[in-house]
Design a protein around this ligand. Sequence first.
Ligand SMILES: Nc1ncnc2c1ncn2[C@@H]1O[C@H](COP(=O)(O)OP(=O)(O)OP(=O)(O)O)[C@@H](O)[C@H]1O
Ligand SMILES: [Mg+2]
Length: 244
Amino acid sequence: MAVIQLESVVKSFGSVKAVNDLSFEVDGGEITGFLGANGAGKTTSIKMLLGFIRPDSGRVLVKGRDPRLAATRRLIGFMPETAHYYPYLKVHELLNLYGGLCGMSKAEIAARSGELIVKVGLTGAENRQLKTFSKGMLQRVGIAQALLHDPAVYILDEPFTGLDPLARIQFRDLLLAEKKAGKTILFSSHELSEAELICDKVVILKEGRAVWSGTTADVAGDGTQNLERVFLRMLGVAQEEEAL
Ligand SMILES: Nc1ncnc2c1ncn2[C@@H]1O[C@H](COP(=O)(O)OP(=O)(O)OP(=O)(O)O)[C@@H](O)[C@H]1O
Ligand SMILES: [Mg+2]
């Protein structure tokens, strides 16, 4: 059953058509990778899935419901492309704040944030203010924040960006464990190898349109053997690459 649905979605900013008649679905319990060049419309689509902006036309649904409803938003764990956290907070203070907004009890927040700080590798940094954190450390905070309220659906905008190789492997395992627990995951990425490793399906976006969507098994059966080649072909640069 489709948990995330975009139906003929259009969104323009002035003369720029950021998303142009985009339709795709993410089934329950699956991981879908959302790929595309810079400016392809990934973040715009994700913002509509979170109810931050409205489509000009078409429909966006999460678990069959409008994402602008607070009850729908509570089902979603979200990681923004660029997070702007309060710089003077420490990681557990930030998680307290988010947990409170999600309606979690103090005891629940304490138990879950303690576990997540270890899971995302921020042990030892608990007493530092977020303004002192490196890019990858802030990315880890974002992961902890998205996971905090144990949501049924994850919508993550470039979650792998800035992670070191070990953190990347740990995060990959974490997403696979969440999938095993029945969660539905959509993440945007420029990391084609990550997408190929963990996704059930991928959607490739070009100029706001889905130019390719299918399973990672389809990629292997596509005759081009890897996602990078499919990606380049869909962006219209494969022939140049092959000529190299
Ligand atoms: N608030 C805005 N005002 C004007 N144009 C915008 C706005 N947000 C996005 N756009 C434009 O919409 C298009 C899609 O942008 P979007 O951020 O969705 O791309 P993206 O696929 O997430 O790219 P990236 O990989 O660089 O993050 C771009 O041309 C961008 O300039
Ligand atoms: Mg983006």
